[in-house]
Ligand binder design. Sequence first.
Ligand SMILES: [Zn+2]
Length: 430
Amino acid sequence: MDAKTTSNEVQRRILDAVDEAFDRQLETTKQFSAIPSTRGAEGPCQDMMHDLLRERGYEVDDWHINVDDLKDLRGFGPIEHDFSRARSVVGTYRPAREAGRSLILQGHCDVVPAGPLDMWDTPPFSPVVKDGWLYGRGAGDMKSGTIAALYALDALRAAGLRPTARIHFQSVIEEESTGVGALSTVQRGYRADCCFIPEPTGGRLVRSQVGVIWFRLRVRGKPAHVYEAGIGANAIKAAYHLLQALEALEEDWNRRAASDRHFRVVKHPITLNPGIIKGGDWASSVPAWCDVDCRIAVLPGWSIADHQAEIVACVEAAASRHPFLAKNPPVVEWSGFLSEGYELTGADESEAVLRSACETVYGGPMKELAFTALTDTRFYGLNAGIPSLCFGANAEAMHGFNERVEIESLRKTTRAIALFVANWCGVETA
Ligand SMILES: [Zn+2]
């Protein structure tokens, strides 16, 4: 069988096999999504993935990540929490005869915290299907995508086929805070002719994505009883002052974004998000401290070091205009992502294969997306020169409450991945 194009009859068999197993796929997706795998607690998800890969006959590599191996690599972001149990899991398929193009399929199993439980209609880690959607934290971002990729490979086997190229199925952690899970697989030496990450993109190919910098403002004040507040200095109010200056920097960066060839059409692509605020000890004491954790985006091609320097300069200038901070300057700490943006280029061959799969499955041309969030594709693309595609189902309320993925879009994504693998790696009769 030709490695590059499978016949219509074979494609039909593959699509039927996806449909045949789809109920089981949904069941596995629910089990995977029921695991509360927030940062530092991904272990049970990695255990489940290890078992799923092993029972399918993949050669499984399951290792503890050593931060020291990673910290000098491009795109590394500082880790502040207990990392002693952090693992990566890779299942490898090796063909008897190498004829096609090799592939990395990657998913992240970490999820962001659920937030106030009373804001969810149903509990975040008890996934339920309702009106054609699967609800649950991580159901959209991106456990359904990872399981879709697993079942796409299953569909080839069920259709009596086996790929003729090496495939690494990679389950990683910490996509939501640093990306060190994906970085660890690159460091470990996993390489392929193309990488595919089924994040929920609404059936669109990510053409370009932002990078992200995380930083923490550590602001000090001077404590006093509020009855003599005049002699104190309020660290929480001082943090407002710094945030206002950073909002001006955000607008400045958005003006710069107007010259980016993909993001020029996106309204306000750079967002500064103060995401965590902590400070003070007592309602009737002038607060002596305030910490604010922030996230800001950068665009592809923007240097992380230069933009870190701009953040520091902005905070220093604002502090110099403040009566207390001028003499007690705040500190900027780097608290996670130090990630460049990534523009997909040099992927003509793999894009053509995905485009053709999409035309078959969706009955129309593949759409593209300039993404105002980041994905792990950057590590494969920037660190290893592997063209890295990001494409997946339709999800809503990611990082919000009542996160959900549209089930029919998940079926289509699974079909598209299965056809993509068949035509990228090539298949032969088993
Ligand atoms: Zn994600």
